[in-house]
Design a binder for this molecule. Structure first.
Ligand SMILES: [Zn+2]
Length: 244
């Protein structure tokens, strides 16, 4: 699969009907005013990231979105036997495969947290089927990472192989915006974010676990998937999750 880079910002085009050039000679005037490809998704721009602050004059907005967490299993235990360089290369492979799959499905890679990533779908590029797009991205992350098995085996040498990636996805209303006063952080918060993170913790290596809301929204892509109850940390009641 290739990473097709968009010439214009998909977010500005969709939301403002403005063709903002991201690359090539036409992008020069935009760069002069400080507008460049977003690090969270290179097919969107730095203006889109904060569009709600500029256009809506709000520091946070409530949006319907899908959150995906992916975590590289065994990373901590591998750090005891691998060189810092090999650890770095392993993390690069993980981040690269996560990023390219998330971007192919028009999500943003909002955060990297050690050996985990958090992605948001339906902002700033809006998608009617954002839950489904997140699910497809998750499957691509698993497939692409598995496809680099030999490279990873060479990297870790005699060490036990990293067991793979655990992924959790939830969908629904959440708060997106700038949080924190001393350190401003553009991110999403809310129950959906916590549930996706906990579903990721519950997933075994190579597994994708999605909530009932994701199942409902992406049912056609989850034929035969049945729910099982999971007691997730921080939740009083068991939560039904579907293996995807
Ligand atoms: Zn833009």
């Amino acid at each position: 699969m290739t990473d097709a880079r968009s010439l214009i910002c998909k977010g500005c085009w969709q939301n403002l009907h403005m063709p903002v050039a991201l690359r090539g000679v036409l992008s020069a005037p935009y760069r002069v005013v400080g507008l460049k490809p977003s690090r969270m998704n290179p097919n969107t721009c730095t203006f889109c990231e904060l569009m709600f602050t500029k256009v809506m004059k709000a520091t946070k907005i409530t949006i319907d979105a899908t959150i995906l967490f992916a975590d590289l299993r065994s990373y901590t235990s591998l750090s005891q036997s691998l060189s810092p360089q090999a650890m770095g290369e392993l993390l690069d492979i993980f981040y690269d495969e996560c990023a390219s799959a998330i971007w192919r499905h028009d999500g943003i890679l909002n955060k990297t947290i050690g050996d985990a990533v958090m992605a948001v779908f339906n902002f700033p590029i809006k998608q009617d089927d954002h839950a489904r797009q997140a699910l497809l991205a998750a499957r691509e992350i698993q497939a692409q990472f598995a496809g680099r098995h030999e490279e990873i085996a060479a990297l870790v040498g005699g060490a036990d192989l990293p067991a793979g990636i655990g992924i959790g996805i939830d969908s629904g209303e959440l708060s997106f915006g700038e949080f924190g006063r001393s350190h401003r952080d553009l991110t999403a918060i809310g129950t959906v974010v916590n549930t996706a993170a906990r579903a990721q913790s519950a997933a075994s290596a190579g597994q994708i676990l999605v909530t009932g809301k994701v199942h409902q929204r992406a049912e056609a892509d989850l034929p035969g998937s049945t729910a099982a109850p999971y007691q997730l940390k921080g939740f009083d009641q068991p939560i039904e999750l579907y293996a995807a």
